[in-house]
Design a protein around this ligand. Structure first.
Ligand code: NAG
Ligand code: NAG
Length: 295
């Protein structure tokens, strides 16, 4: 069979009967070249679309809606010299894509005092905001160098997200006001409360939020129920969980406690647990969570 086929398409066959065969082969060759040309054009078009998309992303999302840090950094470090390929590299990659209405009253501001109080006192998130980032990654974000992560000190450093720091500050202010309201002595120093107020004010200025809130006659509750675009806090939570800093502020009243005692709280499936157990002489089945003696 194979032999017969070879004879038919062979170039040395001069017979009139076989005349069409070489021509068919030639045509096939031409259409193959055509397909290659098309494929090349297609790939090149795809590449252009990708570049345009990158450029567009840069201008469309802009610095306000996307997590970024100061300077533009290269998308592909190897191509750093081509400025077109620079873009904001996100940390958690958050964009304002979540619809959330403005609310005059929130569970943190209205309702039963005991309930509101409980929410504020239990809303301690600053521990979670303490994260460990790969040094290379931190550098690619243009972040300043930071203190080393105890369990991988050559490769990782410790940072705290600004969002978590803000919540921590807000909670401090609430506690201070609550103590004032109840004629209790202040447990948070005035200077710390002032620092928090200043930091939150700066953050508001930094965000320069230009969302117009609608108004009604009498000017009461502007924007109530109006939907705005927010970043999704739950996505930030996922990000910080994936980059655990292993910090828990245990025994805050103990000012002489070594920091290392507070950084053994990695997730229960963390690869650093054997190291931590060894360092503290803990048994092989020791797990950080739930934390002993905490509610
Ligand atoms: C706080 O003290 C003031 C003055 O001594 C008093 O009038 C007020 O009722 C007290 N408030 C509370 C919540 O105990
Ligand atoms: C504080 O913590 C250290 C361990 O880092 C411990 O040795 C010390 O007894 C603690 N002090 C108090 C007052 O609990």
């Amino acid at each position: 069979m194979a032999n017969i086929k070879y004879d038919l398409v062979g170039h040395d066959s001069e017979s009139a009967d076989n005349d069409e065969w070489p021509r068919t082969v030639k045509q096939k060759g031409a259409s193959r070249r055509y397909i290659w040309l098309l494929a090349t054009l297609f790939i090149s078009a795809l590449g252009n679309i990708f570049l345009l998309y990158k450029l567009n992303q840069q201008t469309k999302l802009g610095p306000i809606s996307r997590t970024h840090y100061g300077e533009k950094v290269p998308v592909f470090p190897l191509l750093a010299r081509f400025s077109l390929l620079k873009s904001y590299v996100p940390t958690a990659g958050l964009v304002n894509d979540l619809d959330v209405p403005f609310a005059w009253d929130t569970p943190f501001s209205s309702g039963d005092y005991a309930e509101v109080n409980k929410l504020w006192y239990e809303d301690e998130q600053s521990d979670k905001g303490i994260i460990s980032l790969d040094n290379d990654y931190a550098e690619s974000l243009g972040l300043p160098k930071s203190q080393p992560f105890a369990w991988d000190s050559k490769k990782k450093s410790i940072y705290i997200t600004n969002g978590h720091h803000n919540l921590h500050c807000l909670r401090n202010i609430y506690i201070s006001l609550d103590q004032f309201r109840n004629n209790q002595s202040q447990t948070i120093e005035w200077q710390h409360v002032l620092h928090c107020l200043g930091a939150l004010r700066d953050d508001i200025m930094c965000n320069a939020d230009d969302t117009p809130r609608f108004t009604e006659k009498g000017g009461r509750r502007p924007g109530e129920g109006q939907v705005r675009k927010c970043r999704d806090w739950s996505k930030l939570q996922e990000f910080v969980q994936e980059h655990a800093g292993c910090f828990k502020y245990i025994h805050p009243e103990n000012h002489t406690m070594e920091t290392i005692e507070r950084v053994k709280y990695c997730p229960n499936d963390s690869p650093y647990l054997p190291l931590i157990r060894k360092y503290f002489g803990l048994p092989d089945d020791w797990l950080p969570w739930p934390v002993e003696g905490s509610k």
